[in-house]
Design a protein around this ligand. Structure first.
Ligand SMILES: [Cu+2]
Length: 336
């Protein structure tokens, strides 16, 4: 696909998240959500919790099936995080395990919506922000999610869970993991980022050139991260980018202090809604395997940076079955 990929995003501060991009309901059948007795009920978009309706249907903004839920409760679910072993050693595999509970009834949540191909997205980022993993835990028989990781060096890590519980709104929940052998000071050792002076990076066979619109980004204004991708050897524009999580790329933007997150995908490949509420557009006819699609050379993400400061965008592209993660660092300035 050679058309320029526009993006959709999202970005808010920690407590208030929307996933970026157009999330898509995959038609899974999920049982009705758990509601507290006497709770008010309407049909709510699981992604855009401000969209509610009295009748079942579809969110006009992202095409997600509306869920029966309490429209007034944008709730933080309770997340229990444990590691096995309890103390994680550098260079040795450890299992991260997560259990999710309803914020009012306390019941364990077993049903989650599929958003961008997965029910549970997890990010593991080191304190200096040099180490970044985007992985997908598997659900166990008891409903918990787990995954094995091997951490590369002593220190603390932010472990960021991203999921939509059935009946709830999008959750983006951060936890901290400190490895064995770390004797530093969490505050003193946090990342000190410096904005890039060079806007081109190469990883594997891929060279990415990033431009910002506006340049620099302004806090509170929507901006675009415009990636132009070329082949590292030939310098030719890349037109064989593969889909990754139902899009031609994925970006997570973190603030220097890792307190703000912006999560963005370019638009989905399969099902696109017109911004003005017009008819649904299909970039891909129903029934066609998204794996057959190819993208590039331009991929755009858009996002709203919550405040001034230094931010790092971890952007992932897939080509020749290899996933490449670029790290670009930039400043966001205060609006006038
Ligand atoms: Cu993911």
């Amino acid at each position: 696909m050679t058309a320029r990929q526009t993006a959709t995003i999202v970005a808010l501060a920690t407590a208030l998240w929307e996933p970026a991009g157009l999330a898509q309901h995959d038609g899974q059948d999920v049982p009705p959500p758990v509601l507290a007795p006497g709770e008010e009920v309407a049909y709510v978009c699981p992604i855009h919790s401000d969209y509610t309706s009295e009748a079942p249907g579809m969110c006009p903004r992202d095409g997600m099936a509306l869920m029966r839920a309490n429209p007034y409760a944008v709730r933080d679910y309770r997340l229990e995080f444990e590691t096995v072993p309890a103390v994680v050693s550098v260079g040795e595999p450890a299992t991260l395990r997560f259990r999710i509970f309803h914020p009012e009834t306390g019941e364990p949540i077993r049903n989650f919506l599929t958003v961008h191909d997965k029910q549970y997205h997890l990010f593991v980022v080191s304190q200096d922000m040099a180490h970044f993993e985007h992985v997908h835990p598997e659900q166990e028989a008891d409903g918990a999610w787990s995954i094995e990781v091997t951490l590369p060096r002593a220190g603390y890590y932010t472990v960021l869970s991203d999921f939509v519980p059935n009946g709830g709104s999008l959750q983006f929940i951060a936890r901290t993991l400190v490895t064995a052998g770390y004797e530093g000071d969490l505050g003193a050792d946090s990342a000190r980022l410096t904005a890039d002076e060079v806007s081109t990076q190469s990883i594997g066979n891929l060279t990415a050139t990033l431009s910002y619109d506006p340049a620099p980004f302004v806090a509170g204004l929507y901006g675009h991260l415009n990636f132009h991708l070329t082949d590292r050897l030939t310098g030719r524009p890349v037109t064989d980018l593969q889909p990754y999580l139902a899009a031609f790329g994925h970006t997570l933007v973190l603030s220097e202090d890792m307190r703000d997150f912006v999560h963005s995908h370019p638009i989905d490949l399969t099902d696109v809604l017109d911004d003005d509420g017009g008819p649904r557009l299909f970039m891909l006819p129903i029934g066609v395997d998204p794996e057959t699609l190819r993208g590039g050379p331009d991929v755009t993400f858009d996002g709203l940076m919550p405040r001034p400061g230094r931010f790092r965008a971890f952007t992932q592209f897939r080509r020749d079955d290899q996933l490449h993660t670029f790290q670009f660092t930039f400043n966001v300035v205060a609006s006038q």
